[in-house]
Design a protein around this ligand. Structure first.
Ligand code: PRP
Ligand code: ZN
Ligand code: MG
Length: 210
């Protein structure tokens, strides 16, 4: 049996379940259950917070996971990207209040930047020789500048509407991301076989679409 981790609720949940369905794998409605047996495939679906998926896959609690590449890169766990999935496209960007237009990169020095992506942000700051203070918060990062908690933010941007409604603008893109399928590094031969079967179906679905 293959244990598949999917985001419990959020931007990738619906598309991930849709993709599984297109692969002929049914996921019954289980009113908020954490674990559900799949239909027509030897698998179990685990509904988890997206941020936890890389660690669960690394530790073998789940065998594979549908998750944003941004989360995979941030968590930096021992997992492998086995397929890029083409949905959930977004950017991880630094955003500034609209009142701070046209600043140079070096003006980020000394700023306080709120983010849920400290690993990626700090690496980027180091590469660009910028000394800024990072302030880690797990959600609602976009309100930090308004409440005086930070000068800037580093967060995901998809449609841009969150930035817009918080009077922020996208200043610099650190990375581009999409949904990916990750796998643990030590799958048993039986589970590897199930993963190969799923990958074959995912690739057929993708081919039929594009
Ligand atoms: C991201 C980000 C913003 C929003 C941006 O959150 O933190 O809140 O999406 O999207 P937009 O540009 O289309 O407005 P996400 O939905 O990934 O949830 P999470 O941060 O709770 O994981
Ligand atoms: Zn999240
Ligand atoms: Mg958010």
């Amino acid at each position: 049996m293959l244990r598949i981790a999917v985001q419990k609720s959020g931007r990738l949940s619906e598309d991930s379940l849709k993709l599984l369905k297109e692969c002929g794998i049914g996921v019954p409605n289980g009113n908020n259950q954490l674990k559900i047996k799949a239909e027509n495939f030897d698998a179990e679906i685990l509904f988890l917070r997206d941020d936890d998926i890389p660690e669960y896959v690394q530790d073998g609690v789940a065998d594979i996971g549908f998750v944003g590449e941004n989360v995979v890169l941030e968590k930096n766990k021992a997992t492998e990207i086995v397929e890029r999935l083409g949905y959930g496209k977004c950017r991880l960007s630094i955003a500034l209040p609209k009142t701070r237009k046209k600043i140079e990169l070096k003006e980020l020095n000394g700023m306080k930047i709120a983010t849920s992506y400290p690993f990626i942000l700090n690496r980027w700051l180091k590469q660009n020789k910028i000394k800024a203070e990072t302030h880690v918060i797990s959600g609602s990062v976009e309100i930090a500048p308004r409440i005086g908690l930070a000068d800037a933010i580093c967060d995901l941007v998809s449609s841009g509407s969150t930035l817009f409604s918080n009077e922020l603008y996208e200043y610099e893109t650190l990375l581009r991301s999409e949904a990916v399928l990750i796998s643990g590094k030590q799958l048993s031969p039986q589970r590897k076989e199930l993963l190969d079967k799923l990958l074959f179906r995912i690739r057929s679905v993708k081919k039929a679409k594009y």
